[in-house]
Write a protein that binds this ligand. Structure first.
Ligand code: FMN
Length: 195
C-alpha cells in the first residue's frame, strides 16, 4: 500500500557527505517539530534538543567524538557504507560529525528507564522529516564521547545543560553533497517471524 509516508521511509538513507552550506531556518524548524511530536514514554516529553550551527564548535566536538570512538574498522567485505563512508569505513575521517553544518544533540534525563528510547523515537522522526524535505541526515547513536574532555565539558556549561541530563545521541543535518542517493544494503531475509 504505497503512499508518501511509506515511500519516504523506504527511500531515507544515511547521509554523511554534506554541502558546505547551512540549511534554512524553516527547514530546521520543520525537523525540530517532527522531533517534538515524536512519541515519548508516559507522554513525558523529556527530550531536549540542542541545536549547534557553530562551525568551530561542531568541528571540535566531532573531533573529540572521533578520538573517543573505539571503532572496529571495516574490511573490504564487512563495512557500513561504501557510498557514504563512516568513521569505521575510512580512517582518514577525523570528524565524527562529517562536517555537517547543523548538529542537534538530544539530551535526556538520567535515571529514566525510557530516556534512550524517547531520544531514539524523536531522532527517527527528525531523520524522516529531513529526508522528506530534501535534507540529508545521520543518526549518531552515542553522544557522551563528544563531551568527554575539558572542551566538551565547557560546552555543556555554555549550553546550560542540567546536570541531571545526559547527551543520548546526535542528529546531523545538511544538504546532501551527492545527487545520487545511496542505495543502502539489501534487507536480510528471515527477520519477520509469523506464528
Ligand atoms: C542506533 C544507531 C547508531 C548509529 N550511530 C552512527 C554513528 O555513530 N556514526 C555513523 O556514521 N552512523 C551511525 N548510524 C547510522 C547507521 O550506520 C545507518 O543507519 C546504517 O548503516 C544503515 O544505513 P541507512 O540509514 O542508510 O539505512 C547509527 C544508526 C543507528 C540506528
Amino acid at each position: 500500500m504505497p503512499n508518501a509516508v511509506i515511500e519516504n521511509i523506504m527511500t531515507r538513507r544515511t547521509i554523511r557527505r554534506f554541502l558546505d552550506k547551512q540549511i534554512q531556518e524553516e527547514e530546521l524548524q520543520t525537523v525540530l517539530d517532527a522531533g517534538l511530536y515524536a512519541p515519548s514514554a508516559g507522554g513525558r516529553q523529556g527530550v531536549l534538543f540542542v541545536v549547534s550551527q557553530d562551525e568551530e564548535t561542531n568541528k571540535k566536538l566531532g573531533r573529540i567524538k572521533r578520538n573517543n570512538s573505539n571503532v572496529k574498522m571495516s574490511t573490504d567485505t564487512v563495512y557500513i557504507s561504501k557510498e557514504q563512508p563512516s568513521i569505521a569505513d575510512d580512517a582518514s575521517i577525523t570528524n565524527a560529525f562529517y562536517d555537517a553544518p547543523t548538529v542537534i544533540t538530544l539530551f535526556v534525563p538520567k535515571n529514566f528507564l525510557y530516556a534512550p528510547y524517547d531520544a531514539s523515537a524523536a531522532a527517527e522522526n527528525m531523520l524522516l522529516a529531513a529526508h522528506s524535505i530534501g535534507l540529508g541526515g545521520c543518526y549518531i547513536g552515542s553522544a557522551w564521547e563528544s563531551f568527554a574532555d575539558p572542551f566538551g565539558q565547557e560546552i555543556l556549561k555554555k549550553w546550560n545543560i542540567r546536570t541531571d541530563y545526559y547527551a543520548a545521541l546526535h542528529v546531523l543535518l545538511g544538504y546532501p553533497k551527492d545527487k545520487q542517493a545511496p542505495k543502502g544494503k539489501a534487507r536480510i531475509d528471515g527477520r519477520i517471524i509469523r506464528m
